[in-house]
Design a protein around this ligand. Structure first.
Ligand SMILES: NC(=O)c1ccc[n+]([C@@H]2O[C@H](COP(=O)([O-])OP(=O)(O)OC[C@H]3O[C@@H](n4cnc5c(N)ncnc54)[C@H](OP(=O)(O)O)[C@@H]3O)[C@@H](O)[C@H]2O)c1
Length: 221
């Protein structure tokens, strides 16, 4: 698959490198040609401008700060039309009450991006794990491939996202349409807040099958 990456930071290098290793044709685009070239070298990918990356990809990863994303997507809306745009951003603001989401009245940054580029097929994915996870080949934990939850509406975007996830050895976890992207963003706020507090979020999600008696006895309403 042809993949464009908007951004030249950690997520661009890690996911770009994983997709190149999986055989995809990746182009990293940045506002600084030098940083685009440096990140592209790390990922063994091609380099170009932001517009080059938007035009290159059947799928385009948006890997810039959430606060910068709506404006960038608005500027590139024509180039992104008809393409799958994978939004991995986390619109998080540290406060005295912990990490909060900054999404205005739109519910999620992903929804805002879909409004900013109505011709693009926006997907929310790859926002839950720390960047270091994507440098594993493949990302497996306790011998289980990493599940990657995603929210998408359009069948083209669902198929492309499955390929992006499958091809790096992870398990696609479809979690509904883009309207549910707000839950992925909120989950990131909760999980990252727990990590920062020295807690382990995955210990809070045991399978009900691990406590079958409690499950059978619980009220169903
Ligand atoms: N790091 C993680 O563990 C992680 C995990 C999940 C999701 N995410 C999300 O992934 C996104 C990228 O994270 P990252 O860790 O890769 O960040 P990063 O290393 O700080 O890189 C950010 C990139 O965004 C570019 N950028 C900043 N403002 C821009 C603008 N106005 N227009 C165009 N490009 C702009 C920067 O370009 P310049 O170099 O030119 O400034 C840089 O290439 C963020 O939204 C983050 O919330 C990160």
């Amino acid at each position: 698959m042809k993949i464009g990456i908007l951004g030249t930071g950690g997520m661009a290098a890690a996911l770009g490198g994983a997709w190149v290793a999986a055989g995809h044709d990746v182009l990293v685009g940045g506002r600084s040609p030098l940083r685009a070239r440096r990140t592209a070298e790390l990922a063994a990918a091609g380099a170009g401008s932001l517009a080059d990356a938007a035009r290159h990809g059947d799928a385009v990863l948006l890997a810039v700060p959430a606060a910068a994303a709506p404006r960038l997507v608005t500027e590139l809306a024509d180039d992104l039309a008809g393409r799958t745009v994978v939004d991995c951003t986390n619109p998080l603001v540290p406060t005295d009450d912990g990490l909060l989401l900054d999404v205005g009245e739109t519910g999620s940054i992903a929804w805002r991006l879909a409004t900013a580029a109505p011709g693009a097929y926006v997907v929310k994915a790859f926002n839950l794990c720390h960047v270091s996870s994507w440098t594993l080949r493949p990302p497996t934990f306790e011998n289980v491939p990493l599940a990657v939850p995603f929210c998408a509406d359009h069948p083209t975007a669902v198929a492309a996202t499955r390929t992006l996830i499958d091809s790096i050895g992870c398990t696609p976890a479809p979690c509904g349409g883009l309207v549910r992207a707000a839950y992925l963003e909120a989950t990131a706020a909760l999980a990252i807040g727990m990590w920062w507090a020295g807690l382990q979020p995955r210990n809070a999600f045991p399978s009900p099958a691990e406590a079958p008696q409690s499950w059978a006895a619980s009220p169903r309403s």
